[in-house]
Ligand binder design. Structure first.
Ligand code: GTP
Ligand code: MG
Length: 240
């Protein structure tokens, strides 16, 4: 029996909202508009996952699948320094892959699973999980096929989380109304629709606050508190 490991987000307020951090053995989906901090949280988790357990880390390596080309290794450096870690050692423990099609994304997962069988990983990131599906299944008549392929991808992610005791962190951009700050997409059905909503065990709704402030609310989780956490995006990553 595997026991859950909770990995710090870098923000105590956000960790408290999450009951300690993001959890292994399940999927955490961050959804929100552009610049709401989804990718910055991914960068912070790349580092914090490598912290020892007693420092609220996961003591493990990170696999990063990037579908939009927004991973910045140079951003890892100040984040590692903030946590008192050697940036080069931290970068060495991030296995990075750029995916170009949804099929490529799926095949990368299979390859990473094989790697996880041999080395101690504690986090898998897919940023963004849905961008390539939007491109590869853009036609109206392709929605059913897209949902089926997306379900397959999410089921693979769930298997990886459970088999290797890793946290899976996926991002999903939803479009906000520039006028009212409301979601155009029904927040109950962000881009992935019901398929995505089902597989993700914990769903974080992120939005912009003032300046560098970001606000996180847990969406639709009866066993977690209803409140919000406010955190900052800084050069040292996510913090209070
Ligand atoms: P999309 O991928 O476009 O949907 O957005 P996202 O939710 O992934 O946003 P992301 O995590 O990329 O957040 C971008 C925000 O982080 C912007 O407001 C940047 O200004 C801010 N940011 C990125 N790097 C730094 C940094 O080094 N210092 C500070 N202070 N802010 C940063
Ligand atoms: Mg992003």
């Amino acid at each position: 029996r595997k026991s859950v490991v909770r990995i710090t987000t870098g923000s105590q307020a956000l960790d408290e909202l999450l009951g300690g951090g993001i959890e292994t053995l399940c999927i955490t989906e961050a959804f929100g508009e552009f610049r709401s901090g989804k990718t910055q949280l991914a960068h912070t988790l790349c580092v914090s996952t490598q912290l020892p357990i007693h420092m609220h880390g996961g003591n493990g390596k990170v696999a990063y699948i990037d579908t939009e080309g927004t991973f910045r290794p140079e951003r890892i450096v100040p984040i590692a320094e903030r946590f008192g870690m050697d940036p080069n050692a931290v970068l060495d423990n991030i296995i990075y892959a750029r995916a170009y099609t949804y099929e490529h994304q799926y095949n990368l997962l299979l390859g990473l699973a094989a790697k996880m069988a041999e080395e101690p990983f504690r986090l898998l990131i897919v940023d963004s999980v849905i961008a390539l599906f939007r491109v590869d299944f853009s036609g109206r008549g392709e929605l059913a096929e897209r949902q089926q392929k997306l379900a397959q991808m999410l089921s693979r992610l769930t298997k990886i989380a459970e088999e290797f005791n890793v946290a899976v962190y996926i991002t999903n951009q939803v479009i906000a109304d520039p006028g009212g700050g409301m979601f155009i997409t029904d927040p109950k059905k962000p881009a992935g629709g019901h398929v995505l909503a089902h597989a993700a065990t914990i769903r974080l709704m992120l939005r912009k606050g003032k300046g560098e402030q970001r606000v996180c609310k847990i969406f639709d989780a009866p066993n977690l508190p209803e409140g919000e956490a406010v955190f900052q995006v800084t050069s040292g990553g996510i913090m209070d």
